[in-house]
Design a protein around this ligand. Structure first.
Ligand code: ZN
Length: 224
């Protein structure tokens, strides 16, 4: 946009009215530092632990901008967060996942399996705590895709706890394909190891130029 013949180029600014400002902040952080802040729970005003950023809005933005590597990273963060806090997707989480991301997105799949798993757990308990029927009913009512996914799951059998499944089940690459995220991590690790080795060798055998630069006194001292 800023390099072409777009309006944004002449105005040197772009307006993104549909996108969440906090998600965009996360995106900029990822662009500059290639990292995503940990989704470690923080204590909210009511004393309950809450996520420090909204993974659904961030995932929706990454999906809109076609950034599969970032989508996969966000999915890993969500799964890790739910494991650490011993939580599963709430009806509200699933509702927003179905509202904000594309049909059959990996985030929808994760949210669906989470709700299905909770319903199986609650079968044996006399409570609707956290997952009241009226809220789950709203999912069926407002999201046809959720109802379809539910029918499909009944046809194919019992689901699993999504937190215990392979991370790649919720990545953008195919199940039979190599994990692009792991591949990228390996490359970054190899690059940083190569850099560290180079630095070690340079420290062990400094080049004449760097040796001179590191001891300017001896290089500039008079002969006598
Ligand atoms: Zn993967």
């Amino acid at each position: 946009m800023f390099n072409g013949s777009f309006k944004e180029c002449t105005e040197n600014s772009v307006k993104l009215p549909e996108d969440d400002p906090d998600a965009f902040d996360m995106l900029i952080n990822w662009v500059y530092f290639r990292g995503v802040r940990d989704l470690t729970g923080i204590v909210g005003s009511d004393g309950e632990e809450v996520a420090p950023w909204d993974p659904i809005e961030f995932y929706a933005l990454a999906e809109k901008l076609c950034l599969p590597g970032l989508q996969d990273t966000i999915m890993d963060c969500i799964s890790k967060y739910h494991k650490n806090t011993n939580e599963l997707p709430s009806p509200d989480f699933a509702y927003r996942a179905y509202a904000r991301t594309s049909d059959r997105s990996r985030l929808q799949k994760y949210a669906f399996l989470g709700i299905q798993h909770v319903l199986e757990i609650l079968l044996h308990e006399d409570t609707e705590d956290g997952w009241p029927t009226c809220e789950i009913q709203k999912l069926f009512k407002d999201h046809d895709n959720f109802a379809r996914d539910y029918i499909d799951s009944v046809r194919t059998g019992v689901g699993e706890d999504p937190r215990e499944m392979s991370k790649c089940e919720f990545h953008t690459h195919g199940i039979a394909e190599a994990c692009t995220l792991e591949d990228r991590k390996r490359k970054i690790s190899a690059q940083s190891q190569g850099q560290a080795k180079r630095q070690c060798r340079e420290a062990e055998f400094p080049s004449p130029a760097s040796s001179a630069a590191s001891s300017p006194a001896s290089a500039t001292a008079p002969a006598s």
